[in-house]
Design a binder for this molecule. Structure first.
Ligand SMILES: Cc1cc2nc3c(=O)[nH]c(=O)nc-3n(C[C@H](O)[C@H](O)[C@H](O)COP(=O)(O)O)c2cc1C
Length: 183
């Protein structure tokens, strides 16, 4: 799939990219990818994330539990891509959200290929409609005392506290097909 590369100043002019990203986040359609120590790209599904402006920079925040293989990968590279899949690849997201890169090579199992990044080490998923290249500029851990009790009970019964990564969006790739459909 061919992609059009946009820089951070350009992509903010396309609100439809934000709309599609939020829509796919609610419908099991986003992969978080980072390069593993063996050079392979690993991808896991995410259902939570935020993007906007902080410190005068466009950021895509993601929440990753330390138990994920992806956590290890991001700790190593200090970067990641957020990849918005087309609806026909929802089954791929289900797979990447239940299998671990410790046990399988998810990209080769699902015939996914790498879209090389321009600004960071970790590549994106070539089959995605939108790929955000993000460089970690900050991170912190969520903390029990700062939560209402029900969130701790529902989401952290065994600890495994998310680390929140603040990734500066350095570039965005949009599939040619999706780009041509933008208003
Ligand atoms: C819809 C969906 C959303 C998910 N969102 C997150 C998330 O935001 N953060 C997280 O740490 N895990 C999330 N997960 C779980 C990981 O995707 C899952 O544990 C995955 O197998 C981890 O793969 P890895 O070990 O290769 O990193 C989600 C799973 C699904 C199915």
């Amino acid at each position: 799939m061919k992609h059009v590369k946009l820089n951070p100043d350009e992509w903010l002019h396309y609100p439809a990219l934000a709309r599609e990203t939020y829509y796919r986040m609610t419908s099991e359609g986003i992969l978080l990818a980072a390069q593993a120590a063996d050079g392979r790209l690993n991808a896991m599904t995410i259902g939570w994330g935020l993007f906007g402006l902080v410190w005068g920079r466009p950021l895509f925040q993601v929440l990753v539990r330390p138990s994920r293989y992806t956590y290890q990968c991001i700790e190593r590279t200090s970067d990641y891509t957020v990849c918005v899949l087309p609806p026909e690849l929802t089954e791929v997201a289900t797979y990447c959200g239940t299998m671990s890169g410790r046990d399988v090579d998810k990209l080769s199992e699902k015939d996914l290929t790498i879209l090389p990044s321009t600004h960071i080490t970790s590549g994106g998923i070539a089959q995605a409609n939108i790929v955000f290249e993000c460089k970690v500029v900050h991170y912190n851990e969520v903390q029990a005392p700062a939560f209402p009790v029900e969130i701790v009970t529902n989401y952290y019964p065994d600890g495994d506290w998310h680390r929140i990564y603040f990734g500066e969006i350095l570039g965005v790739s949009v599939s040619k097909e999706f780009f041509d459909s933008l208003p």
